[in-house]
Design a protein around this ligand. Sequence first.
Ligand code: SF4
Length: 332
Amino acid sequence: MDGAQDQQLLDIRGLEVDFVQPRGVAHALRGIDLQLNRGEIHGLVGESGSGKTVTAMCITGLLRTPPARVNAGRVLFGGRDMLQMTENQRRRVRGKEIGMIFQEPGKYLNPAYRIGEQITESLRLHFQMDRHEATRQAREFLGFVGLGKNRRILRSYPHELSGGMKQRAMIAMAIACHPALLIADEPTTALDVTLQLQILRLIRRLKQEFSMGILFVSHDLSVVREISDRISVIYAGRIVETAAAHRLFKSPLHPYTRLLLLSIPDAAKRGMRLKTIPGSVPDGEHTPTGCGFHPRCPLAEERCRHRTPPMVDYGQGHRAACCLIGEKWIDS
Ligand code: SF4
């Protein structure tokens, strides 16, 4: 195995997922390719309904089949295909090797159990720790996430904590077993700006101190930019562009990425006109033919309706899928 493969933690190839519904089949993912290395924060960004959360659920093994149906692809985590595991195997990986944090900690934390019990449970389950040692470690993690090491938080029920404290408690639970991979699905969306910055700082520390690979899922490109080393842009169930974060912001190639960049408020600060993207993400039952973005793309030509653009590497791992790169450009 070469060095690059040694570093690779997650390797998703050709992932296709449908949802079978009474009124028809919805194509949620149409060939996702995504790689993430140890010690890397990879931002996955796109509008609601683009396939971000379904991708995250495939990685964690939380996708319910049915109604979902995996048609093709593999999700290799540490060399093992999550899609081929039994539910018991996936449950052992989840929590211990893959941690998860979500937008709404209130839904994730069990209201009937104290915070301390919820953190120590996974330590006792996965590492057969005795209660005393598990409690000691839980206090350490609560200290790490900024909740202090005193016993008050350990003894609190979720409803006794503020939104920001719940978010930190959920992060403490997610990292208690030192997972190699952390999936953060819109973890800052419900928080005010100050708390958002604190949580982003905390996630960055997780990468630095534990060498965790982190998939940071968000609809908000300005938040993703704050934290990511690499960014993949997803649209209608496909990755349309992926690049190192600084490169994606400096030289975006795909018209969708370009429009997303022009639609974030700080584009105005740089003297650019703020743009909105006309229309909305197609639902999976009505995915356009050819390039999925053509009904909304200001550059679309007839050929875009018929040809699905392949992902092309433009150097240094900067890949994009558009037939017209180098021929046409969206002006600011
Ligand atoms: Fe736009 Fe055509 Fe490129 Fe799709 S392939 S993004 S429709 S220019």
